[in-house]
Design a protein around this ligand. Structure first.
Ligand code: ASP
Length: 299
């Protein structure tokens, strides 16, 4: 998968072949024929797919994509914000606005790991999450917390079961839920990391693993939304922990204040400097003291 290395090698190799002149032509022609033959093979395979249930396949693939996107939208725009609001009583959409740049990066890169540094910066600078919290929670989240992946894997498993006309009873549905949770934890935070672990779920409910190729063909799109949800869940996790830490700090400071209040006896107010001042004399003599509202005169 070292694409960049392959591209650089291909460019340098091409320049070297050109340098060889007529001798290099032989290999260039070989690669050209190889490329043409591959294109013919691909067109044959595509024709075969079109012939066999093509309409049904494309309709169900469209429904699969729609179902995944709808699920991701509900989870990302309703479920996660509601959980955040329930525990923190803060506006979750303001929190989301603070991490809009990493969310866009997640969409562009399809990788939680690649989004991690930007997510740390955004939650710290825009959402006030402490560094020690974000740097502890977010790397763990990018590795194990994949809500989006678990969601799409469930949909994919049901899609493949329906494509093979296999009914799903309750035992199989619960197996899908449990294995999807486990396999999403094992998925790597890289593009299409979740498709690979989908094989675990298909194996568990005895579905053909080869059908993953169908999911693979459209995963470039679904995976982008999946990654957004994966990183959003991590960020909300960091926000929740921050709010919990803030609240427990507040609570731990309150009892100390109460203790200070109850233990220290309240002294009477200290005498004003005028009371002990021999230069001041009351109008009503030393024993009386000035009546309220009456002023003392200086001798
Ligand atoms: N691309 C996803 C991520 O990086 C993993 C997946 O394929 O579900 O979070």
């Amino acid at each position: 998968m070292n694409i960049l290395g392959l591209v650089v090698f291909a460019i340098i190799f091409g320049v070297a072949l050109r340098k060889l002149g007529p001798e290099g032509e032989l290999l260039i022609n070989f690669f050209n024929s190889f490329n043409d033959a591959t294109m013919v093979l691909v067109s044959w395979i595509m024709c075969k797919i079109m012939e066999t249930n093509s309409v049904l396949l494309f309709t169900s693939l469209g429904k699969y994509i729609l179902c995944c996107l709808l699920g991701h939208a509900i989870h990302g725009l309703l479920v996660l914000p509601l959980i955040y609001f329930f525990f923190t009583r803060k506006n979750p959409y303001r929190f989301l606005w603070g991490i809009v740049t990493p969310l866009a990066t997640a969409f562009g890169t399809s990788s939680s790991s690649a989004t991690l540094p930007l997510m740390m910066k955004s939650v710290e600078e825009n959402n006030g999450v402490a560094k020690h919290i974000s740097r502890f929670i977010l790397p763990i989240g990018a590795t194990v917390n994949m809500d989006g992946a678990a969601l799409f894997q469930c949909v994919a498993a049901v899609f493949i079961a329906q494509l093979n006309q296999q009914p799903l009873d309750w035992v199989k549905i619960i197996t899908i839920l449990i294995t999807a949770t486990a396999s999403s934890v094992g998925a790597a935070g890289i593009p299409m990391g979740g498709v690979l672990t989908l094989a675990i779920i298909l194996e568990a409910i005895s579905l053909p693993v080869k059908d993953i190729s169908l999911i693979l063909a459209i995963d470039w799109l679904v995976d982008r939304f999946c990654t957004i949800i994966n990183v959003e869940g991590d960020a909300f996790g960091a926000g929740l922990l921050q709010s919990y830490v803030e609240r427990s700090k507040l609570q731990s400071s309150e009892p100390q204040l109460i203790q200070v209040k109850s233990e220290v006896p309240l002294d009477p107010l200290p005498a004003t400097p005028e009371e002990g001042n021999p230069l001041l004399k009351s109008r009503h003599g030393p024993a009386g003291g000035a009546a309220p509202g009456e002023k003392e005169s200086v001798m």
